[in-house]
Design a protein around this ligand. Structure first.
Ligand SMILES: Cc1cc2nc3c(=O)[nH]c(=O)nc-3n(C[C@H](O)[C@H](O)[C@H](O)COP(=O)(O)O)c2cc1C
Length: 433
């Protein structure tokens, strides 16, 4: 399903709020989206642009699961299968994303949002970035981009990302920033797989897509994306980037980052701009969800039965993982902790719980900590290890951090009081009221 089809579908179901009064791309659309998050909103009348803006589209696991026609617990197997059984998208020669071709680039005409007061500029935050290396082939990932002129951005490329490796090797590269995409493409772009794997094949395995050759660069791009900004990114041409709101909802610092020069813009007729609030639920879900299968896989490969993983928004959907296991031996909890840190290297705190604990309800997890955990025997402290550059409390520059694993599982044999919650009688409540 295309992005637009999906928007029409949620509109028909009455799930899309619409704002018809004039709103500004500067400090207004972002405020409205945040205020009514996770409700999807379409802005039909943007002061500074002829284009419409839509946001809060894929903010929860429930929404993403229902997009794929599954339930949230099916997402880990779905994504794992798509990673291992990748498939080539169909190549087409005519595509909706090229209905309009704009050679005179003027970024001011686009509804590129200015999100929060201290931001360094207007930012694209929802673009999947497609690029190609002569040896490794195509790569797709996310890179925020701060507009600083009518045709240029500074784009944040974290060291170690495959795009960063491609740029170190090639000095400059053609790119396509694609805006307005469905979850198969968004999730694939957020997935970290081996270098040389084209994430568009993961997207296609999640839900078949068509791709088309970009208009001015030799790249295959999703045919139904709403906007495509084609151009070149330069490793050595830099511009200050930031401040901007990070995944942790705190401000990231200003850095010198590569310049992205836009040379051509293509878009659908009446194209819809996809807003994605930095640090908000949609950003979080897209960051955390692709790490759940990697943790799940590592734990199961080590012989511990992992049932489910939740990289929860409370832990910034990055720094915490709550893991449900079917405990068979006393060592399972600690083994699961070790494997979880291998499966998601940026994770800082890991919580292992039994199968009777609902990992999506923080009260249940806290209950397990309160009743099943002893700090002297059930806690693994890993001091110091490389953690996440996103964590404000990690050592600046080196990202060194203290990782802790909490084994909140109950002992297999209780020596004293019971570890189980008592059951109240089940009644048919309608009989009484
Ligand atoms: C909404 C969103 C925004 C992101 N922004 C950036 C960014 O600005 N810079 C960056 O290097 N990574 C960013 N990331 C993370 C990478 O895109 C992600 O880790 C990706 O899997 C890396 O791909 P790679 O394994 O091909 O290098 C973002 C991810 C999401 C979901």
């Amino acid at each position: 399903m295309g992005f637009r089809e999906y928007i029409n579908q949620i509109d028909e179901k009455g799930l899309l709020r619409k704002v018809d009064v004039e709103v500004s791309k500067k400090l207004e659309i972002s405020g409205i989206l945040k205020e009514i998050e996770p409700t999807p909103v379409m802005f039909n009348n943007v002061k500074e642009s002829e284009f419409r803006v839509v946001g809060n589209i894929f903010c929860t696991k429930n929404v993403i699961a229902s997009y794929f026609g599954v339930t949230p617990v099916d997402l880990i197997p779905l994504l794992s299968k798509a990673i291992s059984e990748r498939s080539e998208p169909e190549i087409v020669s005519n595509a909706p994303c090229q209905e309009v071709i704009e050679s005179n680039v003027d970024l001011d005409k686009l509804p590129i949002l200015f999100h929060c007061e201290k931001d360094g500029g207007n930012y694209i935050s929802s673009a999947v970035v497609i690029t190609r290396d002569p040896d490794y082939g195509q790569n797709m990932d996310f890179h925020r981009a701060m507009q600083f002129s009518k045709e240029k951005f500074a784009t944040r490329i974290v060291s170690g990302r495959h795009f960063h490796k491609f740029l170190e090797k090639n000095a400059e590269l053609d790119v396509a920033f694609c805006i307005g995409n469905t979850p198969n493409i968004l999730i694939a772009g957020a997935t970290s797989v081996d270098i040389g794997v084209d994430e568009l094949q993961i997207a296609n395995a999640l839900e078949p897509i068509k791709v088309v050759k970009a208009n001015s660069v030799d790249l295959l791009i999703p045919a139904e994306t709403e906007f495509v900004l084609e151009g070149r990114v330069y490793m050595e041409k830099k511009h200050s980037e930031g401040p901007f709101v990070d995944l942790t909802e705190t401000y990231d610092v200003i850095r010198e980052e590569p310049v992205f020069e836009v040379k051509k813009i293509t878009h659908r007729k009446k194209a819809i701009w996809q807003a994605l609030l930095p640090g908000a639920l949609e950003h979080k879900i897209l960051m955390g969800m692709p790490r759940e299968p990697t943790i799940f896989k590592k734990i199961n490969e080590a012989g511990v039965k992992c049932l489910d993983v939740n990289i929860n928004p409370g832990g910034c959907s990055w720094l915490h993982a709550i893991i449900q296991i079917d405990k068979k031996t006393e060592e399972d909890g600690k083994m699961a902790i070790e494997e979880a840190f291998t499966g998601h290297k940026s994770c800082k705190h890991v919580f292992i719980v039994d199968k009777d604990i609902n990992i999506y309800n923080p009260l249940f997890v806290e209950w397990a900590m309160a009743t099943r955990f002893q700090g002297d025997t059930r806690m693994i402290i890993k001091d110091k290890e490389p953690g996440s550059s996103l964590d404000p409390s990690a050592e600046p520059g080196t990202k060194m951090t203290t990782k802790i694993g909490f084994d909140l599982t109950k002992p297999l044999v209780a020596k004293g009081k019971s570890y189980n919650k008592a059951n109240f009688p089940k009644v048919d409540i309608n009989k009484y009221f």
